[in-house]
Design a protein around this ligand. Structure first.
Ligand code: ADP
Ligand code: MG
Length: 259
């Protein structure tokens, strides 16, 4: 569904991405992993069309990303950042409705008749009813991230891009967030691409991983193929122990104390 061919991105003298080839199938959940500065966020900005490539091409369903209009792209693809949404003083229900902006015509009318049903359904799924009238800036980080997810759900994208969505969350909200995305994907068949810092979460939830180092792909494949002690050791400059998760066998990374 998404083809990345020979993609490079330059910022002055800095090569943030170098000759990247990558193919993403419809409905797959990819994780992008790699150390700080390896080009993960740059790749997300190129995929979402907010920045232009220096080299190569990205196509979605056979069409070059540069040939889609802003509105077409935002109907197809939603992006959720680390901090989700700015903590504005708007009630949660209105924040969810803002997700509909790509579908509004110049009079502010939605192309869908039953937006209220859609928003109610999202509030059911994310258990947001109790928060519906509360202003966003009075919620906790975990609650806000759930609202941010609701807003992108209202956008009804086919592709979801997540850039470190769980970084500021405690383990309860980390798991809740990943489970909600997993459920959404199962129900709606969306394609998910997520930059994840937590390798263990990535192994639990992603079908496949793209591993970046210094703007280059070091490999791509299943978590079992990618999360070997050798590869993780090389990419992150650590000396990890990889164990099989006791309940499902996926690789989990442990660090060893050095001193
Ligand atoms: P990651 O998300 O993996 O931490 P980034 O994609 O943010 O990495 O950055 C990759 C490299 O590109 C880094 O060296 C970073 O300093 C550089 N970079 C990213 N964005 C810009 C920018 N707007 N201007 C200049 N350099 C940038
Ligand atoms: Mg980043």
């Amino acid at each position: 569904m998404i083809e990345v061919s020979g993609v490079g991105k330059q910022y002055g003298d800095i090569t943030a991405l170098n000759r990247l080839d990558w193919a993403i199938g419809e409905g797959e959940w990819w994780g992008i992993i790699g150390p700080n500065g390896s080009g993960k966020s740059t790749l997300m900005r190129l995929l979402s069309g907010v920045e232009q490539l220096s080299e190569g091409a990205i196509t979605i369903r056979g069409v070059n990303i540069a040939d889609y209009s802003r509105k077409q792209l935002s109907r197809m693809m939603a992006v959720l950042q680390q901090e989700g949404i700015a903590p504005v003083h708007y009630p949660v229900r209105e924040v969810l409705e803002m997700g509909r902006y790509p579908y509004l015509d110049w009079l502010g009318r939605d192309s869908k008749d039953d937006v209220d049903t859609l928003i109610e359904g999202i509030m059911d799924k994310l258990e947001l009813h109790d928060l519906a009238e509360r202003p966003l800036d009075e919620l906790s980080g975990g609650q806000r991230q759930r609202v941010a997810l609701g807003q992108v759900m209202a956008q009804e994208p086919q592709i979801l891009l997540l850039d470190e969505p769980t970084t500021f969350l405690d383990i309860h909200y980390q798991q809740q967030f990943m489970e909600l995305v997993a459920k959404w994907r199962k129900e709606a068949g969306i394609t998910v691409i997520a930059v994840l810092h937590d390798l263990n979460l990535a192994a639990l939830y992603c079908d496949k991983l793209l591993v970046l180092r210094d703007g280059r792909a070091v490999g791509s494949g299943t978590p079992a193929e990618m999360l070997t002690a050798e590869r993780i050791g090389y990419v992150y400059e650590v000396d990890p122990v990889v164990v099989a998760h006791p309940s499902n066998g996926v690789p989990q990374i442990l660090l060893t104390r050095q001193v």
